[in-house]
Design a protein around this ligand. Sequence first.
Ligand code: R5P
Length: 296
Amino acid sequence: MTRDLLLCFSDETDLGERISRASGFDLAKVERHQFPDGETKLRVPDAMPRRVVILRSLNQPNDKLIELLLAAKTARLLGAHHLTLVAPYLAYMRQDIAFQPGEAISQRIIGKFLAELFDTVITIDPHLHRVKTLQEAIPAAKAVVLSAAPLLADFVATHRTNPVLIGPDEESAPWIALAAARHGFEHAVCKKVRHGDHNVAVSLPPITVTGRPVVLLDDIASTGQTVAQTARLLLSAGAASVDVAVTHALFAGNAMQVLRDADIQNIWSTDCVYHSSNAVSVAPLISQTLAALATA
Ligand code: R5P
């Protein structure tokens, strides 16, 4: 086997096939069996080329991290010299300090774990807050950050006329500016204070939204509280409509209902995380990056 190989898991076949078609990589599935006691058995093709890419989006991450450990170590044993992880969504990035004494700094621990398994890690819109580069969080030989903000902006441009782009917190400012600049959208960011998993307080920026379509752009929607609260405020301020565009559709628990209750019109997401709201594919972005890294 000489061509680069892309390994994907059965629940990510759609994205795997899209990337394989666009990149020309051979695609193989990792076979997975869960024993009655919860342990996992994995099987990969028994001949590996030198360069192997494993696709695994790390939403619902805990079992997947064990799967990555088994898959990466097995691929190396079977001949892979260069291993790349494509994790469109990268978990554990938000716990980047010990907020209380004794708390695990998960970002650092999981980052080191991945860096020991993989030569290159590629991800999209990771939630890096106090840590500025992915390399600091994941000290692999190469740590590559891509952004879906331009793709989401292009999608918004074809679905809304003269929208206002709003980011729900100050951290989103560079990302919102990048998306807005692409089409000259007016934009602003809110202030947000999080009081708990399901409890956030948002205040709107001083921007007029009366009669305008607003698109809320965020990296992640998890419980949906951030965008739901923001949408309510925007509609009370006179926005004609509020849509939501996110890179990572985590949508935990009853998040979709929370969004519907807030009168959000459309929910658009990328296929970084497989979800019924997926409207934009990141496959071309990932394929171009894999091609560029292969020739670098
Ligand atoms: C954090 O600041 C992120 O950018 C998102 O705003 C946050 O993770 C969304 O979480 P939730 O949907 O639970 O409010």
